[in-house]
Design a protein around this ligand. Structure first.
Ligand code: NDP
Ligand code: AKG
Length: 441
């Protein structure tokens, strides 16, 4: 990993933070396997099930060529990892990021298996990604990369096989291109609608109301459950948010409606502090137009180290994995870490947070609102229905509350962390399905 100075999209000079360096050496899949082992012990998971779940079913790697705006041909590396489809079709997002690797995608795919099982969805786990920086290509190039990747994925995906969705660096527009590519290739052989091949689509082409904000909305429902349990008032609470993309911005915005204010934000270009609180609508609009928080007026520039020391009530990690290591966990001055991102805390970081009495809402529970509403979208596509936003939100709220209470109860009974409890609930559901099927007679 080179650590040279780079020019950010906003034109300012930035040095990649140390965390990006760490990120590349981090064995994310091993970390996720470690939690699987811990949860398996807690619930006495039969050894053969742990063996099956210890590796993904399929790991697809595709090198595909794309014509760039200057006429050159560039080769891209894409991944789709299909971890487990016992409970239903593989399900999970597609990430566009320069740091994407097979190890990350395997970890994220396994987490989708636990997330879908925890939420009791008839879906399995998968994840995909393409290794490039989406901020450094044009809109037209982005479209060609997406179409080429989905063309190459071919029949490996499908509405009853494997259903991608947005993740870091992808959005509803990318899903529209993906759906269109599939419909004009593999999907044209079906004599029925194949809209459900991806979720997180624009509403105009079969997306559901509420999916864009769903991960943030689900996270807020979870935080509300925590606040009620702890007798904590969200009105007047302060937040610090790392990553102001889809998850970070919607979480900040929805929490602002409950009276909580975001006093610090950060992304790969740097960190901003405003003790009076940022206007999340304005900041979200700014990031949509400018692709980062760089240059946003109304906040003091602070370092990453300063960001992690700010006294606030809640920290929302909503960027990448492995952002809270030992140093950050020692520095954090909050009551709650609500994991919008997947895998933001390293195991060492988590241990320190727990020892310091800082609560953690673990990713597979806290950010499960996204895939839950993706499931609602898939169901609507199958039934040719359109649900109202109220219907979507109401179902999501109940689903998040149920999962939260189930996890709290298992954590209490088994005297384990919320993360291990969330894995345990998921594994119990998967184990019951394998058990009933007598797969090794
Ligand atoms: N979208 C969804 O529905 C779901 C997403 N998640 C998880 O939430 C997290 C965020 O995803 P999402 O909001 O969709 O992605 P986005 O691409 O919309 O936003 C990602 C944010 O993270 C920031 N970021 C990237 N690298 C760094 C870094 N090294 N340090 C600080 N900030 C950084 C980005 O800033 P910049 O643009 O400047 O790089 C951006 O603000 C991921 O972990 C994802 O897997 C989980 C469940 C569902
Ligand atoms: O909505 C989906 O299917 C994907 C969500 C996702 O990738 C995630 O939860 O990490």
């Amino acid at each position: 990993m080179d650590n040279q100075q780079t020019v950010s999209t906003a034109g300012s000079v930035s040095v990649p933070p140390a965390s990006v360096e760490k990120h590349h050496k981090y064995e994310f899949f091993k970390v996720v396997q470690g939690y699987l082992d811990e949860a398996a012990r807690v619930i006495d998971l039969p050894e053969y099930i742990k063996t099956i779940l210890s590796q993904p079913k399929n790991e697809i790697i595709i090198n595909f060529p794309v014509k760039m705006d200057d006429g050159s041909i560039r080769l891209f590396k894409g991944y789709r990892v299909q971890h487990n489809n016992l409970l239903g079709p593989y399900k999970g997002g597609i990430r566009y990021h320069e740091g994407v690797s097979l190890d990350d995608v395997k970890a994220l795919a396994a987490m989708m298996t636990w997330k879908c099982a925890l939420m009791n969805l008839p879906l399995g786990g998968g994840k995909g990604g393409v290794k490039f920086d989406p901020n450094k290509v044009s809109r037209d190039e982005l479209q060609r990369i997406t179409r080429r990747f989905f063309h190459a994925l071919g029949s490996n995906i499908g509405p009853d096989t494997d259903i991608p969705a947005p993740d870091v660096g992808t959005d509803a527009k990318a899903m529209a291109w993906a759906m269109d590519t599939y419909m004009n290739t593999v999907g044209s052989l079906f004599r029925q609608s194949v809209k459900g091949v991806v979720t997180g689509k624009p509403v105009a082409c079969g997306g559901t109301l509420g999916r864009e904000k769903a991960t943030g909305q689900g996270l807020v429902y979870c935080i509300q459950e925590w606040a009620e349990e702890r007798d904590f008032q969200l009105g007047g609470a302060t937040l610090i948010v790392q990553g102001f993309g889809n998850v970070g911005s919607f979480t900040s915005l929805i929490l602002s409606r409950l009276g909580a204010s975001t006093i610090a934000v950060g992304d790969h270009t740097g960190y901003l502090y405003n003790p009076e609180g940022f206007n999340p609508h304005k900041l979200q609009d700014y990031v949509k137009k400018n692709r980062s928080i760089a240059g946003y007026p109304g906040g003091k520039h602070i370092s990453r180290e300063e960001f992690f020391k700010i006294k606030a009530d809640i920290f929302i990690p909503a960027a990448l994995e492995n952002q809270v290591g030992i140093d950050e966990a020692k520095a954090l001055n909050v009551k709650l870490v609500a994991e919008g991102a997947n895998g933001p805390c390293s195991p060492e970081g988590e241990r320190i947070l727990i020892d310091r009495g800082i609560d953690i809402l673990p990713d597979v529970l806290a950010n499960a609102g996204g895939v839950t509403v993706s499931y609602y979208e898939w169901v609507q596509n199958k039934r040719s229905e359109h649900w109202t936003l109220e219907e979507v939100d109401e179902r999501l709220e109940k689903a998040m509350q149920r999962a939260y209470r189930e996890v709290v109860e298992v954590a209490r009974q088994k005297k384990c962390s919320m993360r291990v409890a969330a894995y345990a609930v998921a594994l119990q559901r998967i184990a019951a399905a394998y058990g009933e099927r007598d797969i090794f007679p």
